[in-house]
Design a protein around this ligand. Structure first.
Ligand SMILES: Nc1nc2c(ncn2[C@@H]2O[C@H](COP(=O)(O)OP(=O)(O)OP(=O)(O)O)[C@@H](O)[C@H]2O)c(=O)[nH]1
Ligand SMILES: [Mg+2]
Length: 434
């Protein structure tokens, strides 16, 4: 079955922990620290795969995890980096943060690859923490934790033109005669079950991509018939073709059909009604000859109703390939007058900065009796130290504010820390003062 939505869980790799070890050599009684660094965790990427056209390979809530970084080892040996993970998606997949529905990235246009979660940084081994006063540091940095994000994938195909209309009006027939696409065509409703794209090549004019979607019926915007799922696919089209069975061969009224389709489009997304729309009266071969050209010709009724509203109307017979060529050249001409840009969904959620991991906010303050120092640890602190340059006054001021604001000062005082005591944050030691 064609699936154009999927919800999955992605997870970055944890950074490897730094290692604590001491050099052991013959005749050297107390070697220095030689614990190696942990490796970076693997990152998670999305990449466009031209060969894919559905999201059917994704299982519901399936988890996709990059590799963890390896812990550091003795003899200054660094841990191996975790394997990156590349998740293939079809072009036109919009990736959203599942809970808020906010767009993270639109895998279309120039965006062929996107790193959604960066792997955790590996921790530094104890080789980095020897100081003149602390020759045998029993401390190494832990690796940064892995991160998990639930994302909603939505495939919104990229076509210049979208065919809309009731079932059985001849949308697929039209696509099949103007492109190499081979949609199923049959005399029953909902023959087309998933969107199909066709490339329309014109020898001496600009070609374009046309999308055939399942038929729309009254209530489609609320999920009737094949539902609104497929209306998402025409959101990016620059131009819509409202195909109607002008002969009313199933006993329906063509004018009403055109209005119903427009009402459904408006209910689904009002932007759809703002697109240029061409009305195509199909199956004119089925209109009784004696009616053609008279006031009762259904095409005349359609013209009378919609031409004053600014619609361009074409009469065709897809079955006999009549009037189709003219229509295609008109579409091509209209497209060439429109801006070249396809709609690309802008980012509303950045996993790097908008991500809140509730675990992140936690910190611990402990007193190390051996070393007589207070030790502060927590992922947010580690992250902050990673991007703060403590050699500058600005950096130090930032750190102080952070310690104050996050409640660490209060916690230190609670444990009995007074001015002049030593506090350690991931390899940095400070003297406590207020
Ligand atoms: N007489 C006549 N029959 C046509 C014409 N165009 C399509 N048909 C027939 O109408 C029936 C439906 O055509 P499709 O192209 O499958 O219609 P569709 O709009 O894609 O239908 P769904 O996929 O169900 O939405 C088929 O039996 C076609 O052969 C036409 O111009 N004249
Ligand atoms: Mg069809």
């Amino acid at each position: 079955m064609f699936v154009d939505k999927a919800k999955i869980v992605v997870q970055s790799g944890k950074g490897g922990n730094g290692h604590i070890s001491f050099r052991r050599e013959k005749f050297v009684p107390a070697g220095g620290p030689d614990g190696g660094d942990g490796g970076w965790g693997g990152s998670v990427y999305f990449i466009v795969d031209e060969g894919m056209n559905t999201l059917g390979d994704f299982g519901h809530m399936q988890k996709y995890a990059a590799g963890n970084g390896e812990d550091g080892k003795a003899k200054r040996m660094a841990g191996r980096k975790g394997d990156d993970l590349y998740i293939k998606v079809p072009e036109g997949t919009v990736i959203k943060e599942a809970e808020s529905g906010k767009v993270i990235v639109d895998m279309s246009g120039d965006c062929r690859e996107y790193c959604i979660l960066k792997g955790g940084k590996g921790g530094l081994g104890n080789q980095h923490f020897a100081t003149p006063t602390m020759q045998a540091p029993k401390y190494a940095q832990p690796g940064q934790p892995s991160r998990t994000l639930t994302v909603q994938l939505e495939l919104k195909v990229i076509a210049d033109v979208g065919l809309v209309g009731f079932p059985n009006v001849g949308k697929s027939t039209l696509l099949s005669i103007v492109s190499h696409a081979k949609p199923e065509i049959a005399n029953y409703h909902f023959t087309t079950l998933s969107p199909i794209l066709g490339v329309v090549d014109l020898p001496d004019a600009r070609g374009f991509v046309m999308a055939d979607i399942p038929g729309i019926i009254e209530g489609a915007a609320e999920g009737k018939g094949l539902g609104h799922e497929f209306l998402a696919h025409i959101e990016r089209c620059k131009l819509l073709i409202n195909v109607v069975d002008a002969a009313g061969s199933e006993g329906r009224n063509p004018v009403e059909d055109i209005n119903t389709i427009n009402e459904e489009l408006a209910k689904y997304n009002i932007d759809l009604t703002e697109k240029v729309q061409i009305i195509v009266c199909n199956k004119v071969d089925l209109i009784p000859q004696d009616l053609r050209g008279t006031e009762l010709d259904p095409v005349a009724l359609i013209r009378r109703e919609f031409e004053p509203k600014g619609y361009r109307i074409f009469e065709i017979s897809a079955a006999t390939n009549t009037g189709v060529r003219e229509l295609m050249y008109y579409i091509s001409d209209q497209l060439s007058k429109m801006p070249d840009k396809t709609k690309v969904y802008a980012q509303e959620y950045n996993p790097e900065t908008d991500f809140v991991n509730t675990d992140d906010a936690r910190f611990t303050v402990t007193y190390d009796e051996d070393e007589e120092i207070y030790v502060v640890e927590g992922p947010a602190i580690e992250k902050m130290l990673g991007y703060t340059n403590l050699d500058t006054e600005k950096g130090l001021a930032f750190l102080q504010r952070f310690i104050e604001d996050s409640g660490i000062t209060a916690k230190l005082k609670e444990l009995g820390c007074v001015e002049g005591d030593t506090v350690r944050l991931y390899g940095h030691t400070f003297e406590f003062y207020e």
